[in-house]
Each structure stands twice: as C-alpha cells, then as structure tokens.
Design a protein around this ligand. Structure first.
Ligand SMILES: NC(=O)c1ccc[n+]([C@@H]2O[C@H](COP(=O)([O-])OP(=O)(O)OC[C@H]3O[C@@H](n4cnc5c(N)ncnc54)[C@H](O)[C@@H]3O)[C@@H](O)[C@H]2O)c1
Length: 455
C-alpha cells in the first residue's frame, strides 16, 4: 500500500535529481526536457519501491556510461577540407549492447544526442529485446552534397567511430539524414578497417548484404500498428479516418503507406520547408518519387497533382483538420498552440512516429482533453525492434521473409501496447500510456542494474 508519505519522499527524491541536473546542464534544453518527461512519470515506482532510491538508480541512469566526441575532417568536391563534429553517447548497457541510430543534421549537438540516447534506453527495453541505449551523429548536413562527398564524410566519421563500436559492444543504425546509402558507406569503411565482414556491427543495411526485409518500413508501420491497438479501445480503426502525417522521410513515408492500407485517407505531409494538402488523399508514389528517388522538395507534388495545395511553413500542417495526427518529422514540432488547434479541429488520436515531437505543454493539452496519445518511445519502437531482428538474423546467418518480419513486428507492437497499458494500470494511472511506457521500460533496466551491482 502506497502512503502519502512515500509519494512525498519519491517526489522529493526526483526533484533533487532533476534540480541538480538542471544546474549542471542548463545549456542542454532538449536533454533536460526528455529527462523531465520521463523521471517525473516514475514517481509511483519510487513510491512503491524505495530500494530504488537507496541504489541511486535515477542519478545513475541520467548519467551516460560514456560520451565520445570527435573531429571529422573530410574533403569536399572542390578539394577544400571541411570539419564537422561527431558524437556517440553510450547511455546504458544494462540489458544488452548499446543500440541506437546516427543522426546527420546541422542541429545535432550534445544535448540532442543525449536526449535521444536517454529515450532510447527505455524504448529498447520496451521492445522486449536485449538491447541497451545509445545515440550518435554529426552536425554534418547531407542536404545538397554529392554522393562522393557523402561517402568521404561517412568514411571519415567511421574511421574514428569504429574504435568504440562492434557487434557485441555497440550497434548503430540510421536516423534523420542517415538512410541506406549512408549505412552502406559506414558499413563498408568499418569492414575495410577491421579487415573482416561483420554484418552485426550496424543495422539498416540493404537486404542484399545482411539487412532485414521490412526494416525500412518498420518504424512507420509500427507506429500505425500501435495506434491501431489504441483505437480498438474506443471501437474504432483507421478505416475511413482522415490522417495528417508530418515529414516525408523514412518514418512518414511508411506511416502513410500503412495508414492508407488500413483504409485511412492521408491528406497532408510535409518537409522542413512546408506542407502539401491533398483532400483526395496523398499519392504516395509521387511522394516516394520526390523524396526517395530525386531527393527534391515536397512542393513539387503540386506540379503533378495541381488540385493539391502547398503552404510554406511546415509547422502550419497542424492547422489541417484531421481525426488522427501522426507527427513523424522531428522534435518539438507540436507546441501548445498547435496542440490546441488539433483539439479544436476534433482530433481523436495522436501517434508519435518522431522522437519527442510534442512539447511538454502540448502533451498536457492532449491529456486535459482526453485525446488518445501514443508516446514516441512506445509508438516508434518498431524501427529498433526490427533492427534487433536484423542482428538476430545476422548472428544466425538466416534471412526471414518480409511477411515473417512484419508479423514479428506486429506482435512486438501489440506487446509494447499491452505492457504499457498494464504498467499504467498497476501504478494507478490507467489509460496513460506515457506513464505506462516509461514505467514498463524503466523497471526492466532498473532491476538489471541492481542485479549487476554498483557500476
Ligand atoms: N528511422 C527510424 O527508424 C526511426 C526510428 C525511431 C524514431 N525515428 C525518429 O523519426 C523522426 C524522423 O526520422 P526519419 O528517419 O524519418 O528521418 P528522415 O531524414 O528520413 O526524414 C525526416 C523528414 O522530416 C522532414 N523535416 C525535418 N524537420 C522538419 C520540420 N520541422 N517539419 C516538417 N518536416 C521536417 C525532413 O524534410 C524529412 O522529410 C526523427 O525524430 C527520428 O529520430 C526514426
């Protein structure tokens, strides 16, 4: 039985950890935001299990096991030497080798990599697979670079990173700006340096050299599978719903594809410049041609489909009326004002395909208005789950069919949903999947940390 006193002790403990972190990390706002969202939701766990406080589990888990920062010098096509910064945050190896993507984007800094790495610990734990949490990347901007420049950058990046990774140590993957092309270059350079063929060192590889079928689709499909479970609670499905999906990259493309397959009409998607609105339903072949084949801007959609409209300013996508919103682009893309607009326009469910796409204020608005809310670390865990399936296939030297992987993905997403739901109920926050996912992800890691001693 939890007493008020235990609650009080737990909140004072969490306040203490957060306040200290705030003082030492005031220059890392994204990291603080991610930590705040997670650790305050763990209050009922600490109230019920005071031994976790004695073991200083929060103080330990907010501190990465290792942060690697390095210079990446490479030559552009004109022969000029360019310099970028590389990062790898190895956050937690309590339940398995470090695992998490690499992001190449000019906004990448230590705060961003740490927020992503911290979230990854809980997400990876939720998948039920034995993988620890990590993240990495660089402030390199792939936009506008030639294939040769991308290759030289990836080779320079891996020439340093290889020292810290390996199939049993740390297994990176893709994220924003890192797709199959970049993974191929990174993998090639790793093998060259090691004079060995080690497919288990990185995931997201093309299926023809050790990648898994359905990895490309996994995050977007998984988000839709998760939201589908959530909709069942109100006796609804994707059939006949109007959906808005932000972004038009890897996660967005396959979230659109699965939502359409399940009978929804996706009316809008975006890129970092603006969004398109097509009341007849987005033509995904056109989007794939623009983004996957030609790497062009989304506004070109209206050249092919003149009945659609293009609006400059990607954040305005949330003004489009919809039943289901799937933010799949980037962090903090839905603020308080956009959340309020979605509610006013009658949104029923929000499923986060991107990492931390909603600000804390936006999330409060969802809860205040009883909107179904699928939090990122649960809803977008399908990508890393299939990455772990890729590792399993590499170890066993097996290759599963698309259908086999897709079936396993669906099972995993249903399990994540059920575990999050049950944890929320057990700790007194029924229907709050945010709290449920954080608790379910945390307990497994916490118990592993305790069992492994003070390290
Ligand atoms: N790729 C994965 O498997 C995976 C897994 C889990 C989570 N995520 C998260 O999903 C998000 C998208 O990742 P991705 O792999 O699809 O990257 P991507 O590089 O393939 O696509 C990102 C897309 O977002 C667009 N974009 C960037 N900023 C935007 C903004 N402010 N508004 C609208 N569009 C914007 C880009 O133009 C691009 O279309 C990220 O938050 C990432 O961390 C990705």
């Amino acid at each position: 039985m939890v007493t008020v006193n235990n609650d009080q002790i737990a909140i004072e403990y969490i306040d203490g950890v957060y306040n200290k972190l705030q003082q030492s990390h005031s220059h890392e706002p994204e990291f603080l935001q991610a930590v705040k969202e997670i650790i305050y939701s763990l209050k009922p766990v600490f109230a019920q299990r005071p031994e976790y406080m004695k073991m200083s589990l929060l103080e330990r888990i907010v501190e990465p096991e290792r942060v690697v920062k390095f210079r990446v010098a490479w030559q552009d096509d004109s022969g000029k030497v360019q310099v970028n910064r590389g990062f790898r945050v190895q956050y937690s190896s309590a339940i398995g080798p470090y695992k998490g993507g690499l992001r190449f984007h000019p906004s990448v800094n230590e705060s961003i990599v740490k927020f992503l790495g911290f979230e990854q610990i809980f997400k990876n734990s939720l998948t039920g697979q034995p993988i620890g949490g990590a993240k990495g990347g660089s402030d390199f901007d792939p936009k506008g670079k030639s294939d040769s420049e991308i290759m030289r950058f990836c080779q320079a990046f891996m020439t340093e990173l290889h020292k810290y990774i390996g199939p049993h140590e740390d297994v990176p993957a893709g994220d924003i700006g890192v797709g199959a092309r970049e993974i191929g270059f990174l993998f090639g350079q790793y093998n060259r340096i090691k004079a060995a063929y080690q497919p288990g060192v990185i995931t997201g590889k093309l299926p023809r050299f050790g990648g898994s079928l359905a990895r490309k689709e996994a995050t977007g499909y998984g988000t839709v599978y998760f939201v589908q479970e959530m909709l069942k609670e109100i006796n609804e499905s994707f059939e006949g719903q109007t959906v808005v999906v932000s972004g038009s990259g890897n996660v967005s493309t396959y979230a659109i594809e699965k939502a359409q397959q399940l009978g929804a009409t996706v009316v809008a998607c975006s890129d970092s410049n603006g969004f398109i609105y097509d009341p007849q339903g987005i033509n995904l072949d056109t989007v794939k041609d623009i983004k996957e084949v030609r790497a062009a801007r989304i506004k070109e959609y209206i050249d092919v489909h003149p009945h659609a409209t293009y609006t400059e300013n990607c954040n305005k996508i949330w003004t489009v009326k919809c039943d289901i919103a799937l933010p799949c682009a980037t962090q903090n893309e839905i603020d308080e004002q956009s959340a309020q607009l979605l509610i006013t326009n009658g949104v029923k469910a929000i499923g986060e395909g991107a990492n931390m796409p909603s600000t804390l204020e936006a999330i409060n608005i969802y809860f205040k208005n009883n909107v179904l809310f699928a939090p990122a670390k649960a809803a977008n865990a399908g990508g890393v789950a299939v990455s772990a399936l890729e590792m399993a296939q590499n170890s066993m030297r097996l290759f599963w069919s698309f259908e086999e992987v897709d079936e396993k993905l669906q099972e995993i997403m249903i399990n994540i949903y059920n575990n999050s739901r049950e944890a929320a109920k057990e700790f007194g926050h029924e229907n709050n999947l945010l709290i449920g996912a954080n608790i379910a992800g945390f307990i497994k890691v916490a118990d592993a940390m305790i069992a492994q001693g003070v390290i």
